[in-house]
Design a protein. Structure first.
Length: 279
């Protein structure tokens, strides 16, 4: 039972659930929830891939997590590194087998693009300033294109995909601030290490300003209704403003950790804004 609990912690269950919820909302945006089997497969593929990526990331981040997250299953020695690696392989294999039940262009995205990029990110790109952040953001944004491709209606997924990419990019830089101490020890050359925490906060502030402005465009060109604006303001724009003010006022690792938690659900709120705005 203890091992099962540690495997459960390893996959970061909240992140996995959020990824599945994002796909359900995406299917709702496409008005395709009646395609039960396809939607279930999409959700399971994205959730298993997310779980696999989180697992292999913990395997490769052992030394960093000894500093940043010592209570995680591997650095706390509650789960052996090789067991976690095998479990990650099993999750990726499961997701790949499930994706083969979807149209060929959809499983091409998952097996040929997303999964290799997840592994390459963890092994080579994570320590690269901005490149690693872009890679993660691209994977998240691509999941919405994957959903649209599997259902057979890609175009409406570009807006949520771009929004998810943008918010994830901001959150990833914020997480790099939160991981500053461990990344220094591992000699990762992330953006906050390269330009300092204050330099990273300036970039976050600029990106947040751009996202807040651009996200309003679909409302003012009448793509979405008033509900889009209301939920966007409450769930995306105000949280971004709070994050910027929090980081500027108190540019510390603890502020970055809190900001990362605030941003975690902004993508879901953005999707809800798009869904309700489309009704």
């Amino acid at each position: 039972m203890k091992d099962i609990y540690n495997y459960f912690l390893l996959i970061r269950p909240l992140n996995v659930l959020v990824s599945g919820l994002a796909m359900i909302i995406s299917a709702a945006i496409l008005d395709s929830l009646d395609q039960e089997l396809i939607v279930i497969l999409i959700v399971l593929v994205v959730m298993t891939y997310t779980a696999g990526a989180n697992s292999i990331n913990d395997v490769l981040d052992l030394e960093i997590d000894k500093v940043n997250r010592p209570s995680r299953p591997i650095p706390s020695k509650n789960l052996k590194k090789n067991k976690a690696l095998i479990f990650s392989f099993f999750l990726f294999l499961t997701g790949s087998v499930l994706s083969l039940q979807l149209p060929s262009n959809a499983y091409f995205i998952s097996i040929v693009v997303s999964m290799p990029l997840m592994v390459i990110y963890s092994t080579h790109l994570k320590s690269k300033p901005l490149i690693g952040n872009v890679a993660v953001s691209f994977i998240i944004g691509l999941s919405f294109i994957f959903c649209g491709t599997a259902i057979g209606n890609v175009y409406p997924m570009w807006t949520p995909g771009l929004l998810a990419f943008s918010l994830t990019f901001i959150r990833e830089i914020t997480k790099d601030i939160a991981d500053f101490e461990g990344d220094q020890i591992a000699k990762y050359n992330t953006y906050p290490i390269q330009h300092g925490i204050k330099g990273a906060i300036k970039l976050i502030s600029f990106l947040s300003f751009v996202v807040c402005l651009v996200a309003l465009v679909p409302y003012f060109n009448n793509t979405y209704n008033d509900w889009y604006l209301i939920i966007l303001l409450i769930g995306v724009e105000i949280p971004l403003i709070i994050v910027v003010l929090l980081l500027v006022k108190n540019p510390t690792i603890s502020s970055a950790i809190l900001s990362s938690k605030i941003l975690k659900f902004s993508t879901i709120m953005g999707l809800l804004a798009i869904y309700t705005g489309s009704l």
